[in-house]
Design a protein around this ligand. Structure first.
Ligand code: PLP
Length: 472
C-alpha cells in the first residue's frame, strides 16, 4: 500500500468512526446473533493472493459492525464501562501509525517520559502523596499480579523467584469477599494458591467493606498456625455492588503487621479525582503501597490503560526486573518501565491519557462522573417507585435490584432486557440472591438515556409477568 492510498483510507476510517458513533443510539446494544454467525462469514482458508483494500473495507462493513456488542453505546449499563473518548481514539490512531515499542527509555524516550508525567498528573489529581510514582499496565489484573508477586518476594526474603516456593510454607494473602476474581487469579499464578487467599466477611451496608476485626483475627490465627502473612488487597469499588474498604483501618493493620497493601480501585479509582468522593472513599489511601485504577473504565482513555501507583517502586522492580545482555542500555540513568512489569513489550499508552486529560480537563471529567452518579440515583429511585426492590443502594453509579419472582425470574428479566436491545445490563449475586446489576458510566450517555432505562425495565418486566400469567 502506498502512502497516498493509506491517507485515503485513513480519511475513510475517520469518516466511518464519526458516522458509527452518531448512529449508535439506533443500534441494539447487543447484536442479535447466534454463536458461529460471524465465523461463517470469514473465509476458512488464508488468501493466497492479496486483495484490494476496497474489497477488504466492504467485507469489514458487511461483517463487523452488526455483529459487535457496542461498548460505546450510550445505553450500555452492563459490567463496567470501557470508555473510548474521541481524543483518546485519535491518540490511539497516532500510536498505531507510529507503532513504537516502549519497553526501555531508549526504545521510546518520549513515551517513557510522558508516562512518568501522566502518572504524576494523575497522582496530583487524586491528591496522592508527593514522591509516589507508578507505571501504566495493560490491565488491573496485571497490576494486581505484580503487587501479589511483590508480596510473595517480600515475604520470602526475596528468594521466591530464585528458589521457588517449595519449603516456603503457606504464604497468606487477605481480601474481602467482595474482591475481584483477578486477586484469585494472581494468587494462582504467583504460586500462592487459592487455599491461601483468605476471604474475609464484609460489614454490610452501606459500604460493604472488609471486617477489619476479622482481618486482625485471621492474621493472628495464621501466625499461630505457622503460616506467613504476606499482604492485603483492599478494594475501592468492588465489581459486584461497588463495595469499598476502610483504607485507613486496613492500612493500620498492614503497617502493624508489616504487610504490603495493594488497593484495587479498577473502576472507582477514576472518580477519585473528585475531592468529595475521595474524602469519603479514600480516607487513609496514603497507607497503601500500591494502587491500581483503570482510566480505560471511567476516565475515557480507552482500553488498554491501567495505572498502577507505587509508593516505593523499588520493591516491584526488585521483584520483576531481569536484565539480559540484549536489554542492557548504556548512558545516563533512565527509567525503563519494562523492569516494573511482567510483559517486556509495552504500548505507548501515555499518549491517550495526555490527549484526554488536556481535552476535557479534570473539571470536564469530574462533571461527567458526577452526572453519572446523580443519574444512577435518579433511575434507582424511579425503579423503586415502580415497585422494584432495590437490593443494594447506589455506590457511586452502581446499584442492584430485583423484579418480581424468584432467582430464575431475575435471570429471565436480564435476558429479556438484553434481547430487547435498547439497553444492556448484567446479572449478579448478592447475599445468595440473584440481582440485576446496573451501572451508569458510558461517556456519551445523557440523563434521557439513563431514565429511558427505567421505562424499558418496567415495560419488559410487565411483559414477562403478562406472559407468565397467560401460561398458567
Ligand atoms: N478489579 C475490579 C474491581 C474490576 O471491576 C475489574 C474488571 O472489571 C478488574 C479488577 C479487572 O480489570 P482488568 O480487566 O483491567 O484486568
Amino acid at each position: 500500500m502506498d502512502w497516498e492510498e493509506f491517507a485515503r483510507w485513513g480519511e475513510e476510517v475517520a469518516r466511518f468512526g464519526a458516522a458509527y458513533h452518531k448512529g449508535l443510539r439506533d443500534r441494539p446494544v447487543r447484536p442479535d446473533v447466534v454463536p458461529g454467525a460471524a465465523r461463517d462469514l470469514i473465509a476458512a482458508t488464508p488468501p493466497e493472493h492479496g486483495a484490494a483494500m476496497g474489497d477488504i473495507w466492504q467485507d469489514f462493513l458487511d461483517i463487523v459492525p452488526d455483529r459487535l456488542t457496542h461498548w460505546q453505546h450510550p445505553r450500555f449499563f452492563a459490567y463496567f464501562p470501557a470508555n473510548a473518548a474521541p481524543p483518546s481514539m485519535l491518540a490511539e490512531m497516532l500510536v498505531s501509525v507510529m507503532a513504537p515499542q516502549c519497553m526501555l527509555w531508549q526504545t521510546s524516550p518520549v513515551a517513557t517520559e510522558m508516562e512518568g508525567v501522566m502518572i504524576d498528573w494523575l497522582r496530583q489529581a487524586m491528591d496522592l502523596p508527593e514522591g509516589w510514582s507508578g507505571v501504566i499496565q495493560d490491565s488491573a489484573s496485571q497490576a494486581t499480579l505484580s503487587a501479589v508477586l511483590t508480596m510473595r518476594e517480600r515475604a520470602t526474603g526475596w528468594t521466591g523467584n530464585r528458589a521457588g516456593l517449595s519449603g516456603q510454607g503457606h504464604l497468606r494473602i487477605y481480601v474481602s469477599a467482595q474482591a475481584h476474581s483477578s486477586v484469585d487469579r494472581a494468587c494462582w499464578v504467583a504460586g500462592i494458591g487459592q487455599d491461601n487467599l483468605v476471604k474475609l466477611p464484609d460489614c454490610g451496608a452501606p459500604a460493604f467493606g472488609m471486617d477489619v476485626a476479622a482481618l486482625r483475627a485471621a492474621i493472628a490465627a495464621d501466625r499461630a498456625a505457622g503460616h506467613t502473612p504476606a499482604g492485603i488487597v483492599a478494594v475501592t469499588g468492588g465489581t459486584g455492588i461497588g463495595a469499598w474498604d476502610d483504607l485507613a483501618a486496613v492500612a493500620e493493620v498492614a503497617q502493624a503487621e508489616g504487610l504490603y497493601l495493594h488497593c484495587d480501585a479498577a473502576w472507582a479509582g477514576s472518580a477519585m479525582i473528585c475531592p468529595e468522593l475521595r474524602a469519603q472513599m479514600w480516607r487513609g489511601v496514603e497507607g497503601c503501597d500500591s494502587i491500581v485504577f483503570n482510566p480505560h473504565k471511567w476516565l475515557g482513555a480507552q482500553f488498554d490503560c491501567s495505572v498502577q501507583f507505587l509508593k516505593d517502586p523499588q520493591q516491584q522492580i526488585d521483584t520483576l526486573k531481569i536484565e539480559p545482555e540484549y536489554l542492557r542500555t548504556s548512558g545516563a540513568e533512565v527509567v525503563n518501565y519494562s523492569e516494573w512489569t511482567i510483559p517486556l513489550g509495552r504500548r505507548f499508552r501515555a499518549l491517550k491519557l495526555w490527549f484526554v486529560l488536556r481535552y476535557y480537563g479534570l473539571d470536564g471529567l469530574r462533571a461527567r462522573m458526577r452526572n453519572h452518579i446523580l443519574w444512577a440515583q435518579e433511575v434507582c429511585d424511579d425503579l423503586r417507585a415502580r415497585g422494584f426492590e432495590i437490593v443494594t443502594e447506589p455506590i457511586l453509579s452502581l446499584f442492584t435490584f430485583r423484579g418480581p419472582g424468584d432467582d430464575a425470574a431475575q435471570q429471565a428479566l436480564v435476558d429479556a432486557l438484553n434481547a430487547d436491545g435498547r439497553i444492556y445490563v448484567t446479572q449478579g449475586m448478592h447475599a445468595g440472591c440473584r440481582v440485576v446489576r446496573f451501572q451508569v458510566g458510558q461517556f456519551d450517555c445523557t440523563r434521557a438515556d439513563v431514565m429511558l432505562a427505567g421505562e424499558v425495565i418496567a415495560e419488559v418486566s410487565a411483559k414477562l409477568a403478562a406472559e407468565s400469567a397467560a401460561s398458567r
